[in-house]
Design a protein around this ligand. Structure first.
Ligand code: MG
Length: 446
């Protein structure tokens, strides 16, 4: 069954639309939302069958509903975060807003058209004619490959993202007094909320969104989400090269060219590919080869240097392994954890650092381990990834404890703690994350 997705709040119009669609040959379902928020919450699950999306702009609250119904522009902005699904037909009489909606979607590559609601029978005449043409000319272009256990994988990603986001926010806030971080967190001396996260979480949210909607790592979709989130909220501590790349992508540049051009053509070896990849490791936690491959794809959108790629692969594998080994006692954890990561991480400085980490015994104080392996103060993958893996390998079962310890070594505090949090949440489990921490986060962003 093909579906026509529609945002429309007017009963008379809805009755006419239903009648018009019922008369179409070919069997179309009409799915209507009366407010933008419920459409935004539900419409992605209809993408595989969507033949046309029809949008109104102005919406009134339904009787008895106090909540703001939002607008068609809210829906257009939401849709434009995705790769094009099917043609869009706008039917609002609010001309200014129609142009905003049109531009939002057109710049994002969607096929979009409008009909003005003019005259008493516009739905049966102009709208029906135009929608027949669009249906005949343009098919569904949505690509998704959702596995049968997709929902379980998404729940795992969410757990990793929660750990990552908390590590990121606490690492950022406590970085100025990092040496006391472990004591403070263990004594439950928490910073005042809301806890704002940084670029690490912003980019991890995009990775999660792409896997949630496509079931695989679609690089075009990921580049688009990275760039659009950056455009809406640029002050999240992005690195200067990432800022340039994402700004240029928003201005129409191809992500492949921007990623390859970085740092005079060497590509970035920063820890940015690794910092955001925990949820991806969670999604592919049962298949390490696929996990490594998807991690490589995710890194290449911004980091083409082999070290930047190797760092992302190693941390995704780390997340997969923390999940696989979650019931294994801490004493047996590290050898199996490092064994698989070393097997699948490409030969690189990162890989040699991980080898050294794997040979560094549990009894060595973690502060000394940070001095040996690096604490991210160079913000490169080789300087960040081996230490983070060592922390996850030796403190896999205490989320609060490992976040505090990781921050206390200084360096790239937010990214180190984001990486470790994204892994250890999976081995320590949801019950190890204090509710108080989850509630202290900024709202409406995850
Ligand atoms: Mg950051």
């Amino acid at each position: 069954m093909k579906t026509i997705l529609m945002l429309e709040d007017n009963d008379e119009r809805i009755a006419s639309f239903q009648k018009a669609v019922a008369g179409l040959a070919g069997g179309y379902d009409l799915k209507i939302w009366r407010d933008a928020h419920s459409m935004i919450a539900e419409c992605a699950e209809f993408f595989p069958s969507a033949a046309l999306i029809c949008l109104d702009h102005d919406l009134n609250s339904q009787p008895g509903v106090k909540a703001d119904p939002g607008t068609g522009l809210d829906a257009a902005i939401f849709l434009a975060d995705f790769l094009p699904v099917c043609p869009v037909l706008i039917h609002s009489s609010n001309i200014d807003r129609v142009y905003s909606m049109h531009n939002e979607m057109r710049f994002a590559g969607w096929r979009v058209d409008r009909v003005g609601p003019l005259g008493a029978d516009w739905i049966e005449t102009t709208w029906l004619t135009r929608m027949r043409e669009l249906l005949a000319e343009h098919g569904n272009t949505w690509k998704a490959n959702l596995p049968p256990d997709h929902n379980e994988r998404v729940a795992r990603m969410q757990l990793s993202l929660d750990g990552l986001g908390l590590g990121d926010a606490l690492g950022e806030m406590l970085s100025y007094q990092s040496a006391n971080a472990a004591q403070r967190l263990n004594a439950n001396e928490l910073p005042a909320g809301p806890w704002f996260h940084t670029d690490d979480t912003e980019m991890a949210i995009s990775i999660m969104a792409v896997l949630k909607s496509h079931g695989e790592l679609n690089q075009d979709a990921l580049a688009r989400r990275f760039a659009r989130r950056f455009e809406r909220d640029p002050d999240r501590g992005y690195g200067s090269m990432t800022r340039i790349q994402l700004r240029e992508i928003n201005a129409g540049a191809k992500w492949q060219e921007m990623a390859a051009k970085a740092f005079g053509g060497q590509g970035s070896m920063g820890n940015g590919g690794a910092m955001r990849v925990g949820p991806l490791g969670a999604y592919f936690a049962d298949d390490l080869a696929r996990c490594a491959d998807a991690a490589r794809q995710s890194a290449l959108v911004t980091h083409t240097h082999p070290e930047g790629v190797a760092g992302a692969i190693a941390i995704a594998l780390g997340a997969a392994m923390t999940w696989q080994l979650r019931a294994v006692p801490a004493t047996d954890f590290a050898p199996r954890f490092f064994g698989e990561i070393l097997r699948l991480t490409p030969e690189s400085k990162v890989g040699r650092g991980i080898l050294l980490a794997s040979q560094t015994p549990a009894g060595v104080p973690f502060q000394d381990v940070a001095r040996l392996l690096g604490n991210g103060s160079l913000v490169t993958a080789p300087d960040t990834v081996p230490f983070c893996l060592w922390m996850a390998a030796h403190y896999p079962h205490g989320f609060v404890d490992v976040i505090g310890k990781t921050i206390s070594v200084g360096g790239d505090c937010d990214t180190n703690a984001a990486i470790v949090g994204g892994m250890v949440a999976l081995s320590a489990g949801r019950e190890s994350i204090p509710n108080e921490w989850l509630e202290a986060r900024e709202k409406n962003l995850l």
